[in-house]
Design a binder for this molecule. Structure first.
Ligand SMILES: [Zn+2]
Length: 660
């Protein structure tokens, strides 16, 4: 049987797991499985025999770990060639004895070391190790080379290149994915498919990873990326019309294909093709430890159903990986052979939460709540001065339990040294499970820092940013610290909304995908210069600010008046406003704010009530805050509460009463 020629007309069934079967026969996972080709060839041969009896048309040699790097760990490096040769020879003997038309595939697994640039092993050294193994497999008479369970595209490219340079055997290149449908280095199925095709593999695909449902999803993505016009595969030996196939950007012409130029035996390659064939060999589900044993959940019947789904989706070779047995392969055989095939299963879509981290980002919850007209409660917290985040987590938990929708994390408030706010947002989001808003001052950040920190925040899942000028360092604990900035707040809003959120940075270069930041801007409802505040507000709104967070106020009328004046001069704002609420804790506190903080004016009546309360002033502070919030509800879309002196307990009470 000619491997590639057969694939053009029908779906081949490969075998299932070798390691699982050897383990079931008592070989420990710490042992060198490959060495059994020499020391216990009978056990390996028996497994091949069972798979052939189950209906496999392709058996894979027991040489997955038979490379110099892995064998060195078992002190067997000097037997690399012998182990590989023995693996092919014993498989060949079983095939001959069976009198069936079965292919012997020389198996090549990862080297077990990281390749540069993410590891120390240089590409040429890796390629030499692959070449050594592949030469031995080819010399012993393997019909094809299967490079599988690879996690690193840098490594698999070296393996494909080694195979191409060694012998004109067909090459299968198969990658394993993590639960989020990416390789360990973060490449998605489309990228993997394009890379493997570009590197010159005849058959590309996916093995190991999770169970059949995940692999069907990945297979479809790979087929979509490089195999769109399946079914009109060009006939063998005839190169399809070069350069006129629009979907073939990955291999536009022979001349620019890197590996073809150095291919030693181009003339004898059966079919220089532009589209690969597809290979899929799932595990029997995600493994679980049950009573010290590794168990795989997917049974044989389930594999039979999926064999048809894989064929339907474009797979040319199907089989099983870890946890599969001859029973799984027999079930796939029956399904593929049966005329009355059950309806193929459709791929189960990846849950949205998993994809949201990397893929097109979902809107923040805050954005969704404001869009839905909910009155939102945002509470500000300061990052810790040192390394401990215990109090931060405890405070955020209390506030979240009380009903806060989002925690605002200040960035070095009063220009005092604190933990960077994006890290605090990450800690709060992960540990407490409440959404955060990242305060993002322009002060002290140049354009590199601004953009780098935005990427960092988005990568951590932070979607709400509050663009502020930031307090000048002169008032903080490092008055001599640099205070420069490249952007003013409206410029930063524009950079985020008109740059990052459409997928480009400040210079217009792509950042890979659009971010989905929900951008808040500062607003002073009691400004010293009304015309100037109106000008700033208009500029920020035009730059794309999504909503506004205000300085604290103590009279609802102040905000109402400001907004109606703005409307009469500039038109309605039409953006949500979260009103600043700063609960008073004592008369002294109120007097300080009243006399020493610009823009804050506390009504005499409020101070009188605090005075009358004596020891219970803080309780009255809560009452005053709740009353004020009720009064702003007609025109504000939420509140932005600023706890004082870390009195999260008082704020939790305010939040509870507003929400309740
Ligand atoms: Zn596996």
């Amino acid at each position: 049987m000619d491997f590639l020629k057969t694939l053009s007309s029908r779906t081949l069934l490969a075998d299932g797991a070798m390691g699982t079967m050897l383990h079931a026969r008592g070989v420990g996972f710490d042992k060198c499985f490959d060495e059994l080709n020499l020391s216990n060839p009978g056990a390996v041969a028996e497994i091949h025999r069972e798979y052939i009896e189950a209906g496999a048309q392709l058996v894979i040699t027991n040489t997955f770990g038979a490379n110099r790097f892995k064998l060195t760990k078992h002190g067997l490096a000097s037997q690399t060639a012998d182990i590989n040769r023995a693996g092919v020879e014993l498989a060949r003997r079983v095939v001959t004895d069976s009198a069936r038309d079965v292919l012997v595939a020389g198996d090549v697994g990862p080297l077990g070391v990281r390749i540069a640039p993410f590891g120390r092993v240089q590409p040429d050294l890796a390629r030499a190790a692959f070449a050594e193994q592949i030469s031995a497999l080819a010399d012993a008479g393997a019909d094809l080379i299967v490079i599988e369970t690879m996690t690193d595209l840098y490594e698999i490219k070296e393996a494909i290149r080694a195979a191409r340079e060694t012998r004109a055997l067909p090459v299968v290149a198969s990658v394993t994915f993590t639960r989020d449908d990416r390789t360990i280095l973060g490449d998605d199925p489309a990228k993997v498919a394009r890379t493997l095709t570009e590197a010159g593999a005849d058959v590309i695909g996916v093995n190991c990873s999770g169970g059949p449902a995940q692999l069907l999803r990945i297979l479809k993505a790979m087929v979509a990326a490089v195999g769109a016009d399946l079914g009109v595969r060009p006939s063998l030996g005839v190169h399809p019309s070069l350069g006129v196939r629009p979907s073939l950007g990955v291999r536009p012409s022979l001349g620019v294909h890197p590996s073809l130029g150095v291919h030693p035996s181009l003339g004898v390659r059966p079919s220089p093709r532009v589209r690969p064939y597809f290979w899929v060999k799932p595990n029997a589900g995600w493994p679980e430890q049950v009573g010290g044993r590794i168990m795989y959940p997917a049974d044989a019947d389930y594999f039979g159903e999926y064999a048809l789904s894989f064929r339907e989706a474009g797979a040319n070779v199907v089989g099983g990986c870890c946890g599969t047995t001859p029973a799984h392969i027999a079930s796939m055989r029956r399904a593929l052979d049966s005329a009355a095939a059950p309806a193929p299963l459709t791929a189960i879509p990846l849950p949205v939460e998993e994809e949201a981290l990397e893929g097109a980002a979902a809107e923040s919850e805050l954005a969704q709540k404001l869009a839905a007209g909910k009155f939102v409660v945002s509470v500000e917290m300061d990052p810790p001065r040192g390394l401990s985040t215990h109090k931060l987590i405890a405070g955020a938990s209390l506030l979240a339990d009380a009903g806060a929708d989002v925690i605002n994390v200040a960035d070095s408030p009063m220009a005092r040294m604190r933990m960077s706010a994006w890290a605090v947002c990450d800690v709060v989001q992960r540990r407490v499970g409440v959404e955060t808003t990242l305060h993002f001052p322009t002060r002290g950040r140049n354009l590199l820092r601004v953009q780098g920190d935005l990427l960092a925040a988005h990568a951590l899942g932070i979607r709400n940013v509050f663009v502020v000028m930031g307090d000048p360092t002169a008032i903080g604990d490092y008055p001599e610290a640099m205070d420069n900035y490249d952007l003013v707040p409206s410029g930063l809003i524009k950079l985020i909304k008109q740059g990052f959120n459409v997928g480009v940075d400040h210079s217009g270069a792509s950042i890979g995908q659009p971010t989905n930041f929900f951008v808040g801007a500062a607003l002073n409802l009691c400004p010293p210069d009304l015309a100037n505040e109106f000008k700033n507000l208009t500029r920020k709104a035009k730059a794309g600010a999504d909503y506004f967070l205000t300085q604290p106020i103590y009279r609802a009328e102040d905000g109402e008046e400001f907004l109606s004046k703005y409307e009469s001069r500039h038109g309605a704002l039409n953006k949500p406003v979260l009103v600043g609420i700063l609960p008073l804790v004592s008369v002294k506190h109120a007097n300080f704010l009243n006399h020493e903080v610009p823009g804050i004016s506390i009504p005499d009546e409020a101070i009188a009530r605090l005075e009358a309360a004596g020891e219970d002033a803080a309780k009255v502070g809560v009452e005053l805050a709740v009353e004020l919030i009720e009064k702003v509800k007609p025109w504000a879309q939420g509140i932005y509460v600023m706890p004082q002196f870390h009195r999260y307990d008082l704020v939790a009470e305010v939040v509870e009463r507003v929400k309740g």
